[in-house]
Design a binder for this molecule. Structure first.
Ligand SMILES: NC(=O)N[C@@H](O)C(=O)O
Ligand code: NI
Length: 167
């Protein structure tokens, strides 16, 4: 197998992630008061995409384990719907992504998603399956259930080794 390509994880920001989807984070988001002022609504941080017929949005919980060794050899995309991951027990994870469309291995980027952040992969965004950094990491997942093939996979010609920032 080829020598892995090391990619340093970037902080997840709305600006940096915009080609791949949306960031679900109260930081930097507008809110308005509801429930007689007892609640702040951080409204519409992301949208659920559902393409094709006979489908619905579903909510699941993924309990993930770290990939060891941390080396990416496969990526996937969901052409018929978005897929959101929101930490339930504040556990960070990695988002290894490439833009929608024909898979461009050279365009792979790695983001470090803090435990206080979630994300929503746009329909068609290439990503590695869930990559928690700690055992028994739970995530609320919002994605599509329905007809049609909603998971394309591709193997990398050169494995990617995400590098966590030192600071
Ligand atoms: N297979 C599945 O439901 N999960 C993947 O899509 C993933 O991105 O983790
Ligand atoms: Ni997925």
């Amino acid at each position: 197998m080829s020598t892995p390509r090391e990619i340093i994880a970037e902080p997840l920001t709305r600006e940096a992630f915009t080609r791949f989807g949306e960031v679900i984070d109260t930081r930097g988001a507008d809110a308005f008061p509801i429930n007689q002022g007892r609640t702040e609504r951080f409204h519409a941080l992301a949208g659920v995409e559902l393409l094709g017929d006979d489908c619905r949005a579903i909510l699941s919980i993924f309990r993930g384990q770290p990939l060891e060794p941390l080396q990416i050899t496969l990526m996937e995309r969901h052409p018929l719907g978005s897929q959101a991951f929101v930490p339930i027990n504040n556990q960070p994870f990695l988002a290894v992504v490439a833009p929608p469309g024909d898979f461009d291995e050279s365009a792979i980027r790695v983001f470090l998603v803090r435990g206080s952040q979630g994300l929503n992969y746009r329909a068609g965004t290439w990503h590695a399956p869930l990559l928690p950094l700690f055992p028994d990491s739970d995530y609320l997942v919002v994605d599509r259930q329905g007809q049609g093939d909603n998971c394309d996979e591709t193997l990398l010609t050169i494995p990617v080794r995400p590098i966590l920032p030192t600071s």
